[in-house]
Design a protein around this ligand. Structure first.
Ligand code: GLN
Length: 313
């Protein structure tokens, strides 16, 4: 059972919220036009333990798009269907050290060593979800997201439309990954499905439940549904530790020691394996595209709850 009391956990969240709520560092993403319109002041944090207790502070009912956080759960689906080796062979699991939509990284590695959490590897990962048509592929993707969240999630249609109208760079990335043989068929469809998965709406509580499912070895701690196996969850979390915050993944690991994943919608998830998952949200991003206040809040809670696995004191 959890070593901190419910009061201590709630206090950690309240303190994190109070400490960082006035931090105005960073800026909303604007390269997807609609993300620029999300009120920048929003800030929420939620924690779900492996025994299913839910904690919240701040704006935890606000829906926002998952963006790159979706990459985690599409990877889970592909590992579940095809095994980790298929991902390692086709995409790789090493950090690129480059920005998430780098085309140079593709050229350097000829489409390999891309990892599933930067756009080239993520679009290729989406292309690996099996199904006889787009509808079947999509229902698997949204299906596993729902299972992780323990509730039905829906696409934020305006976000999907906004990105679909402006994602020429990702279309180019998809085509390049096809040219290198990492996407086997219809790169435009893969990019389109990827764009839709990025537009799935969540709130901080949904994200915390999804993270807690990984923390709990692949079984949702609230619904008790076994979504993936413990070994598959281990694999997913390891890739998160490697590349979850893009080219700032090392900086993040030094601060918290926790596998995590961010998205340009302002969400960040982090996992204390065997203990809890955290979901935090605030739209303003730093240079690497990671939410400033979500990172600060998670770092604070990690320290308060002694969750850095490298901390043996
Ligand atoms: N949909 C976004 C994109 O492809 C996701 C990027 C992100 O969250 N880092 O550009």
């Amino acid at each position: 059972t959890e070593k901190f009391s419910p009061q201590q956990i709630q206090a950690a969240l309240n303190e994190a919220y109070a400490k960082f709520k006035d931090d105005r560092t960073g800026a909303n993403a604007t390269y997807i036009p609609i993300l620029g319109k999300m009120p920048s002041e929003l800030f929420g944090i939620s924690l779900v333990t492996v025994d299913g207790h839910v904690y919240t502070a701040g704006d935890v009912d606000q829906k926002f798009s998952m963006q790159s956080i979706s990459k985690v759960f599409t990877l889970a689906q592909v590992i579940k269907e095809s095994g980790l080796k298929a991902v390692e062979d086709n995409i790789g699991v090493d950090a690129t050290g480059d920005v998430f939509n780098s085309i140079e990284a593709i050229e350097t590695h000829k489409g390999k060593e891309m990892n599933p959490f930067v756009n080239p590897g993520a679009i290729a990962t989406t292309s690996m979800v099996q199904g006889k048509n787009r509808e079947e592929i999509w229902s698997k993707i949204i299906g596993i997201y729902n299972d992780f969240a323990g509730t039905k999630l829906t696409v934020l249609d305006e976000v999907y439309k906004s990105e679909a109208a402006t994602n020429q760079r990702n279309q180019a990335i998809g085509k390049l990954m096809f040219a290198y043989g990492r996407i086997k068929e219809d790169p435009d469809r893969a990019t389109d499905i990827y764009t839709e998965q990025c537009s799935v709406g969540v709130d901080a509580k949904n994200l915390a439940a999804m993270a807690a499912t990984l923390a709990n070895g692949g079984t949702n701690p609230v619904t008790h549904k076994a979504v993936i196996t413990a070994e598959q969850a281990e694999n997913v979390m390891a890739v998160m530790a490697t590349a979850g915050l893009y080219d700032d993944s090392g900086k993040w690991l030094v601060k918290t020691g926790l596998p995590a994943k961010s998205g340009v919608g302002g969400g960040v998830i982090a996992i204390s394996p065997g203990r809890f998952g955290i979901g935090a949200f605030s739209p303003r991003l730093d240079e690497a595209g990671n939410s400033v206040r979500a990172q600060l809040a998670i770092e604070y809670v990690t320290n308060a709850l002694h969750a850095n696995p490298y901390d043996v004191t």
